[in-house]
Design a protein around this ligand. Structure first.
Ligand SMILES: [Zn+2]
Length: 255
């Protein structure tokens, strides 16, 4: 998600929106096509913010809100570069460039909101894991007094906004914690390890994607296959379902 936010900021700010093409209204959430187009035409995006999986771009009197669902993506194209195949909304700038929101499966949302802070509050979203104010003390506070499986808590957007399934599995793997471990049975050193791994993995993933290089071979993400050998301990990779999501873990070193 942070990658989308940086991409938007790098490509699409401070260009006047000459035309908005809504190619598929199903992506528009609650807003009508006419209202959406009218409120953005002639405006320019001046800054971009992110909270968890939600991206907001300031367009003056309103904010563009993007959620990327499972398959959402952004593509900034110029000249005769081709737009992505599943472009649902295209912002045409007056310099001839276009920003396309592409989403094959239509699980994402494109809409307008008045105030991102109000939106985050209304949705009851938890803190963003990359926000500088999200300290270890705050993380430990979120776990305090809770029960149930650690993975379920980490996946709950109202507790922490924006940790995806692959990243949560990776955090647990790198911290040697089993996905179903009871939260109230975590040792302090494990809570610390989870927080450190979360920061490290998110930052590493962003940096690597921006430079288009592979993740380290020791990452579980590259070994999500039943029966694979754990690159860390030689154990066997297993699969289960936690929080309704397919979960991979090492049967040996994650306890
Ligand atoms: Zn292992």
């Amino acid at each position: 998600m942070e990658t989308y936010s940086r991409y938007f900021a790098r490509t699409s700010l401070r260009q006047t929106i000459a035309r908005v093409d809504v190619r598929d209204e199903r992506i528009l959430g609650e807003i009508r096509r006419e209202t959406f187009v009218r409120k953005l035409k002639g405006r320019a995006f001046t800054s971009v913010r992110r909270h968890g999986k939600h991206l907001f771009a300031d367009a003056g009197a309103t904010w563009l809100h993007l959620h990327f669902g499972m398959t959402g993506d952004l593509a900034y194209v110029t000249g005769d570069q081709r737009e992505p195949r599943f472009s649902r909304v295209v912002f045409n700038f007056d310099n001839g460039a276009r920003l396309a929101y592409d989403d094959m499966r239509l699980f994402g949302v494109v809409e307008l909101v008045d105030d991102p802070d109000a939106f985050v509050a209304a949705r009851g979203l938890g803190p963003d894991p990359l926000d500088p104010s999200f300290t270890f003390a705050r993380f430990a506070g979120l776990l305090d007094g809770r029960r149930g499986a650690i993975k379920s808590l980490l996946m709950t957007q109202e507790i922490i906004a924006g940790l995806g399934n692959l990243y949560v599995d990776e955090m647990l793997y790198q911290s040697s914690v089993h996905p179903r471990r009871a939260i109230d049975r975590l040792r302090a050193v494990e809570t610390r390890a989870l927080f450190t791994a979360m920061r490290r993995i998110l930052r590493e993933a962003i940096a690597r994607r921006e430079r288009d290089v592979e993740l380290p071979a020791k990452y579980l993400m590259l070994h999500r296959e039943v029966g694979e050998r754990c690159p860390r301990c030689g154990g066997t990779i297993k699969r289960t379902v936690v929080f309704g999501r397919t979960t991979y873990y090492c049967g040996s070193h994650q306890r």
